[in-house]
Design a binder for this molecule. Structure first.
Ligand code: GLY
Length: 371
C-alpha cells in the first residue's frame, strides 16, 4: 500500500464591513440586493423575546417586501438561554421549516443572540453564512465583532463554540435609546475595558463624558461605537484565533466570567466584568504594573458608569476561586491573568505572551479583599 497526500492549502479572505449608524435595516436589505451573500434568498432571522417585536419583526417584514423567503426563530431572552439545548431547538426548527444549505442566518439582538446565532450558522449544514444586526451596546462593543461564537454549559460560559466570521455587522446606535439603563451600563463595562487596555485618550473621554453617554447623546455614542470597534479589530486582525495577542481582550474576564457563572447569571455580563476588572486592577497594582491611584481611577470609572465593583453578598468567594479554573486561559492547571500596565496599555510578559501564571493563593487574597 502507499501514502496519499491530500493537499488542502487554503487562502481565506474573511474580511467584512462593520457599519455604524442609525436604523440600518434599509442598508441591510440594499446590501443583500447588491449580493452581500451571493444568490441566497432564504433567511433565518434569529432573535430573542426582548428584541422580537421591536427590531426582528420589522426586519423580517422588510425582507419579505423585498421578495426574500424569511422565517423568524425566537428564544427566551437572557444568558441562561445561551445553551446547547437552545441551539438544538433552533436547528430543529430550521430543519422543520425546510432550511438547507442555501440559506443565511441573520442575528438580530444583543451578545447572547449574536453568539448563539453565529454558532448555529457555523454548524448548520456544515456552515452557512451569517450577518449580525447588533441592537445593544454590549454587542456593539464586543460580542458581534471578531467572530467568536459560542454557548455556555453548566460548568462555565463560552466553552463550546467556533471562530466564525459574519459576512457583515450592523451596529444600530438608534437601538441603544430603547435599552434599560442596566443594559447600557453592562455594555460600558466592555467599553471601559477597551480603554484600559489600549487607549488612555478614550479612558479620559469616558471620564469626562459619562453623563452624556448614559443619556445616549449622539456624539458620545458615536465616539464609543467607533473606538470600541477600532480597538477590537486592531487586535483581531493580528490574532484572529487567540494564539497570543487576542488574549488581551480577556482583560478582567478571569474573575469576571467566573463570577458571572457563580451568580447563576443574576449578574449581567458587564456587571460581572466590572467586578473582574476591579480584581484585575488590584492584582496589577499589587504586582507593580500600575499605581494604587490608577487602580482606584479605573474602579471609580466603573462606578460612574453605574456598575458596582463590590462582590454581591450572595456570592460564595471560595466557590469563585474554584470557578477560576474553568477559564480558557488556564494552562497546565495554572491560572493565568492578563494585566494592565498603567491606563491604556497591557503587560507583555515575553515576546507575544500577554497572560501570566498567578498562584491560587494570590488570586484568593485579591478576591477576599474585594469590596
Ligand atoms: N470578547 C473577547 C474576544 O472577542 O476576544
Amino acid at each position: 500500500m502507499g501514502i496519499l497526500n491530500l493537499e488542502l492549502k487554503k487562502v481565506v479572505d474573511d474580511s467584512y464591513e462593520i457599519e455604524i449608524g442609525y436604523q440600518l435595516t434599509d442598508e441591510l436589505v440594499s446590501d443583500l440586493e447588491k449580493g452581500l451573500v451571493g444568490s441566497i434568498r432564504k433567511f433565518a432571522v434569529i432573535t430573542d423575546t426582548n428584541v422580537r417585536d421591536l427590531y426582528a419583526k420589522p426586519i423580517c417584514e422588510k425582507l419579505i417586501q423585498a421578495g426574500y423567503g424569511v422565517e423568524l426563530f425566537v428564544f427566551a431572552a437572557g444568558e441562561k438561554s445561551k445553551t446547547r439545548e437552545t441551539k438544538a431547538m433552533i436547528e430543529d426548527a430550521m430543519l422543520e421549516k425546510g432550511f438547507r444549505r442555501d440559506c443565511c442566518v441573520i442575528a438580530v439582538g444583543g451578545g447572547v443572540v449574536t453568539d448563539l446565532a453565529g454558532f448555529v450558522a457555523g454548524t448548520y449544514g456544515r456552515g452557512v453564512p451569517f450577518i449580525n444586526y447588533a441592537t445593544t451596546l454590549l454587542a456593539a462593543a464586543d460580542a458581534s465583532v471578531g467572530g467568536k461564537t459560542a454557548v455556555d454549559t453548566p460548568l462555565a460560559t463560552n466553552l463550546i463554540g467556533l471562530f466564525n466570521q459574519p459576512k457583515k455587522v450592523y451596529l444600530d446606535i438608534a437601538c441603544w435609546e430603547t435599552l434599560p439603563k442596566r443594559e447600557i451600563s453592562s455594555g460600558l463595562a466592555e467599553t471601559i475595558k477597551h480603554a484600559c487596555l489600549a487607549s488612555y485618550d478614550m479612558f479620559e473621554f469616558l471620564e469626562e463624558n459619562m453623563e452624556d453617554i448614559l443619556r445616549c447623546q449622539k456624539f458620545a455614542c458615536e465616539y464609543i461605537a467607533e473606538n470600541n470597534c477600532k480597538i477590537k479589530y486592531d487586535v483581531v486582525m493580528k490574532d484572529e484565533r487567540e494564539s497570543g495577542l487576542r488574549e488581551i481582550l480577556n482583560l478582567g474576564h478571569t474573575v469576571g466570567r467566573a463570577i458571572e457563572t457563580v451568580s447563576d447569571y443574576r449578574l449581567l455580563h458587564g456587571e460581572a466584568l466590572a467586578i473582574g476588572m476591579a480584581a484585575q486592577v488590584q492584582l496589577s497594582a499589587r504586582l507593580g504594573y500600575m499605581s494604587e491611584e490608577q487602580a482606584e481611577r479605573v474602579i471609580a470609572l466603573y462606578e460612574k458608569a453605574g456598575l458596582s465593583t463590590a462582590v454581591p453578598e450572595y456570592i460564595d468567594r471560595e466557590a469563585l476561586v474554584k470557578k477560576l479554573y474553568t477559564d480558557k486561559k488556564v494552562r497546565d492547571g495554572k491560572l493565568r491573568f492578563v494585566l494592565q500596565r498603567g491606563i491604556g496599555n497591557v503587560v507583555e510578559f515575553s515576546d507575544g505572551v500577554y497572560a501570566t501564571p498567578i498562584e491560587e493563593s494570590l488570586a484568593r487574597e485579591i478576591i477576599m479583599e474585594l469590596k
